[in-house]
Design a protein. Sequence first.
Length: 62
Amino acid sequence: MLNLVLTLVFSIVMLLFMAFPAMKTVDWLEARRLTPPSWHKWLVILLAILFSLMIGLFLKYA
């Protein structure tokens, strides 16, 4: 349980910093015509959460 809490704490801190890479990734996907523009907002939110979880896991285990 403590491992989960530590990972989430690290991830919440990184959530704001991962918004910009998520926006750039979604813009790149839209430029490649891989996703419709209507998914822009949802993809940014999903990728920001995913990126912050990955960084949180990295910070916990590194």
